[in-house]
Write a protein that binds this ligand. Structure first.
Ligand SMILES: [Zn+2]
Length: 363
């Protein structure tokens, strides 16, 4: 059975329900609340059930449970359905169709190869990611006679880059798909031990890979690399920069990776200095956002500038400018100037500064 995860309607019509089973709505959120919510790609209430990962009997039973759901990922793309005038929805598989799609081999083999990863529990249903990357044409397989009973919509289903959906999926769907994508990407990139070069094997239902060399046995864990992202202000002006790869007119907050041996505050100050020549004083934490493109966590800050003369590093940025708060508040997005997309922490940092709000975790 193919299942559509319930979606929050934000304009447009809802998808037809025939052939679909809806899950209980969870984290149902509307756009009017958008700026007071945790950042997109997080899912409050999602139970990762970490203690179950080592319980192989429980995991095996959950894989065969008719109530469990499987999130297909193909070459870092997620399966969604889009029908005209409706918001996209995630497609997840029931256990019967997941078994058909993933093919030969028992669950233990799929788990050991990292092709199946336990994600967690939602509404008492175990959720797994399944990697379909070895299949050349997964959509054709999904539409095959063996799966015809699934009644997957013939049109509109596709594997898509989650980034291209730009937050149009309901928040809990976006978080689930992001987690599935991030975990399977990590498995694809850690098939060999970084210590001795021997093959690694997945354990703990996909949350650890161990080197198969008996003299090494090094354990490797899923990683997420920290990056800082900061709205720099000198009071009534915000410092925004433009990367040459941005869409036309888009300006955003500055950002960069945290380096070894560096505090987050130091990373904020260094990145701002390197990219814009601006010195910052007080640095205040705002919020964070998982950013699985491919495996980052964005750590957001508001920072006070203590200098005003900009010196752009053109190897990093195409431009950087001060923007007046009143001008930003009055300007609607167009090709001459636009802010980052609504699902990004960059936009959140700007919006909360514009409206003099603290971060979502603040009282
Ligand atoms: Zn090794």
């Amino acid at each position: 059975m193919f299942l559509g995860v319930d979606s929050c309607r934000r304009g447009g019509r809802s998808l037809p329900q025939r052939g679909w089973r809806s899950l209980p709505q969870r984290g149902w959120l509307c756009q009017s609340d958008l700026m007071r919510l945790p950042n997109y790609y997080t899912a409050p209430g999602f139970e990762r059930a970490g203690l179950k990962r080592r319980d192989s009997d429980w995991i095996r039973a959950a894989i065969g449970d008719a109530g469990s759901l499987f999130v297909p990922v193909w070459r870092s793309q997620n399966l969604v359905v889009e029908i005209a005038d409706a918001e996209p929805r995630a497609i997840v598989l029931g256990s019967d169709h997941a078994a058909l799609v993933i093919g030969q081999g028992d669950p233990d083999t799929h788990l050991a190869e990292g092709r199946m990863v336990f994600l967690g529990v939602i509404e008492e249903r175990a959720h797994f990611a399944v990697d379909l990357s070895a299949i050349e044409a997964p959509l054709e397989m999904l539409a095959s006679p063996a799966l015809a009973a699934s009644r997957i919509p013939a049109d509109g289903a596709r594997f898509a880059d989650l980034r291209q959906l730009a937050g149009r999926l309901a928040r809990h769907e976006g978080a689930l798909l992001a987690l599935a994508r991030a975990m399977l990407f990590w498995h694809q990139r850690h098939r060999f031990c970084g210590v001795c070069g021997s093959p690694t094997q997945s354990e703990e239902a996909g949350h650890m890979r161990r080197c198969t060399n008996p003299d090494c046995k090094t354990m490797h864990f899923p990683r997420t690399d920290p990056a800082v992202i900061m709205l720099v202000s000198d009071g009534e002006r915000a410092l925004l920069g433009r990367n040459k790869n941005f869409p036309p007119g888009m300006y955003s907050t500055l950002a960069g990776f945290v380096e070894p041996g560096e505090s987050l505050e130091d990373a904020v100050a260094r990145e701002v200095r390197e990219e814009s020549g601006i010195e910052v004083g007080t640095v205040a934490y705002h919020s964070s956002q998982p950013w699985p493109f491919p495996g980052n966590i964005m750590l957001g800050f508001h920072a006070e500038a203590v200098s005003t003369d900009i010196a752009v590093d053109y190897s990093e940025l195409e431009d950087a400018k001060w923007f007046e708060r009143d001008w930003l508040l009055a300007h609607a997005d167009d090709n001459s100037f636009r802010l980052p997309r609504l699902d990004s922490i960059a936009r959140r940092l700007v919006e909360d500064w514009l409206h003099r709000r603290a971060g979502p975790g603040s009282a």
